[in-house]
Design a protein around this ligand. Structure first.
Ligand SMILES: [Zn+2]
Length: 231
């Protein structure tokens, strides 16, 4: 084999990120289960939908889903229970297991991909955002300002970015953002609530600028979000 790797000397030893949108079915299952936990559509201790249901929702084969769930059980992210009340459950210590999987380098790469995606979407869409379509995002920002529960805050933060991607890029781009954000959920612990609150100021600024069709300040707000720290 070519010593530089199958696809040539693109640098780095890790092929996971290089696949871009064409991640494996197993990666898809992992990232989407992680995203569901982040969005609290399932919580630690909850039973996951059956493999057949997940396969249909994700548009991939049931065998792939079963294999991916098996891998997640081996990693300690999920628990398999037998018997009548059996099934596949989100591990009660999900957060602890995720903390052990921490990979700062890959998380940072995904972060910069997501930043580029958002900057591109905002630059592309600014000036063409229909009147009234920002209302859903504005109410998320208002809800985040009031949220006390850290998990709720992080959930709303994730929703904001998924909804923003959909508003500016459509359903396919929402899925693309979901890939990036879902994979991140498994590589780094959720952001600190104080950081999310600081980011929420950037969300508000971004919506203001999008509302008046100001592209440069809108892109700046996206970049500020990345740097936001509690004051
Ligand atoms: Zn945010």
């Amino acid at each position: 084999m070519n010593p530089a790797g199958k696809f040539g000397p693109y640098g780095g030893g890790d092929t996971r990120l290089r696949s871009g949108g064409s991640q494996t079915g197993s990666d898809l299952v992992r990232s989407r289960v992680a995203l569901r936990v982040r969005l609290k559509s399932v919580t630690p201790g909850d039973r996951l939908p059956d493999a057949g249901v997940l396969a249909e929702e994700l548009g991939i084969g049931e065998i792939t889903v079963r294999r991916a769930l098996e891998g997640m059980c081996q990693d300690g992210l999920l628990d398999r229970r037998r018997g009548r009340a059996g099934g596949t459950f989100v591990a009660a210590d999900w957060d602890t297991v995720v903390a052990l999987m921490h990979d700062a380098e890959e998380a940072a790469l995904l972060d910069s991909f997501h930043l580029l995606l958002e900057c591109g979407l905002v630059a592309h869409g600014a000036g063409e955002v229909p009147e009234g379509s920002l209302e859903g995002l504005r109410s998320l920002v208002a809800e985040m300002d009031l949220a006390e529960d850290p998990a709720r805050l992080v959930e709303l933060e994730t929703r904001f970015h998924l909804d923003l991607a959909e508003l500016l890029g459509g359903a396919g781009i929402r899925e693309f953002a979901a890939d990036l954000l879902g994979r991140q959920c498994l590589l780094q612990p959720p952001p600190d609530p104080a950081v999310v609150r600081a980011r929420n100021r950037c969300h508000a600024d971004l919506l203001t600028e999008l509302g008046r069709g100001a592209m440069d300040p809108a892109v700046r707000a996206v970049k500020e979000h990345q740097r936001a720290r509690p004051s």
